[in-house]
Design a protein around this ligand. Structure first.
Ligand SMILES: [Zn+2]
Length: 235
C-alpha cells in the first residue's frame, strides 16, 4: 500500500464514521435500512473497489434482504415530506366538532388527508363512522384547495441522505423504487435543504470524488450510467 492508497483508505474510513454517526438516517425498519445500504455501498465502492458493473450484485449479497433490501432502502431514502405517523393504519381521535366539547374524540375509521395551506405540510385526520358527513365535507374542501393550487409544495423532511455520500443516478433510482416519486424543488440532497425544527449537523460538503476501480479524476459521472461514486469530504 503506497501513501496514496493509505490516504484513500483513511478517507473512506472517515466517510464510514460520518455515516455511522449521521443522525439523519431513519431508524432501520421493515421499510428499509438506509444507513446499512450506504455503509455497504461505501465499503463496496471504496474498500472492495468492485467495478461499476458488479457493485449492484455485490450489494445484494451483502444486504440482509438482498435485492429486496436494496430497493426498500432506496425507496426509504426518496426525498419527501411525510408526517411522523404516516404508517399508522387506523385511526386517531375523531376531530369532528361537538356542541359540548371541542371534538368527538372517538377512534376514527375514515382517513382524510389534511394539508396546511401555509406550508404544504399535511397530516391525516381520522373521522369516526358517525361523522362520515364531516369527513366527506373536509375531503371536498381539501380537493378544492388542491385543485386551485393554493397548497405549496412542502419542504421534504425525509430521505435525501444517500446523495450526501454517493453520487449515483438517484432520481432515476428513487422513481424505480417508489413509483410516482417526484423530486422536491429544493433538490434531492438533504445537505441542501433548509433546516427546519430538526437538529441537523452541518454537513461536510464534498470536495473530492473518489473513483472506484481504475477510474481517473475527470472521467466525470454522466448521470445516466448506473455507476456509483463515493463522495469524500475534507479530511
Ligand atoms: Zn366522531
Amino acid at each position: 500500500m503506497d501513501g496514496r492508497d493509505l490516504r484513500r483508505t483513511l478517507d473512506i474510513h472517515a466517510v464510514l464514521a460520518r455515516a455511522y454517526a449521521d443522525p439523519r438516517f431513519p431508524a432501520p425498519s421493515a421499510t428499509g435500512d438506509v444507513r446499512m445500504f450506504i455503509v455497504n455501498a461505501i465499503w463496496v465502492a471504496g474498500i472492495e473497489r468492485v467495478p461499476d458493473g458488479g457493485w449492484y450484485t455485490r450489494m445484494c449479497e451483502l444486504l440482509p434482504r438482498g435485492s429486496d433490501g436494496f430497493w426498500r432502502a432506496v425507496a426509504e431514502d426518496a426525498p419527501r415530506f411525510e408526517p411522523d405517523d404516516v404508517k399508522r393504519t387506523w385511526g386517531g381521535p375523531c376531530p369532528a366538532p361537538m356542541v359540548r366539547r371541542a371534538a368527538c374524540g372517538k377512534p376514527g375509521k375514515i382517513r382524510v388527508r389534511v394539508a396546511d395551506p401555509a406550508d404544504g405540510t399535511w397530516h391525516y385526520d381520522w373521522y369516526c363512522r358517525k361523522h362520515e358527513e364531516a369527513a366527506t365535507a373536509e375531503m371536498t374542501r381539501q380537493q378544492t384547495l388542491r385543485a386551485t393550487g393554493v397548497i405549496p409544495e412542502p419542504m421534504p423532511n425525509r430521505g435525501g441522505v444517500g446523495p450526501s455520500y454517493l453520487s449515483w443516478s438517484w432520481p432515476e433510482q428513487y422513481v424505480r423504487a417508489r413509483p410516482g416519486w417526484e423530486p422536491p424543488s429544493v433538490g434531492i440532497c438533504a445537505d441542501d435543504w433548509p433546516v427546519m425544527e430538526r437538529v441537523t449537523p452541518a454537513p461536510r460538503k464534498p470536495s473530492l470524488v473518489a473513483l472506484p476501480g481504475e477510474g481517473q479524476p475527470g472521467d466525470g459521472y454522466s448521470g445516466e450510467s448506473p455507476s456509483l461514486r463515493l463522495i469524500i469530504g475534507d479530511v
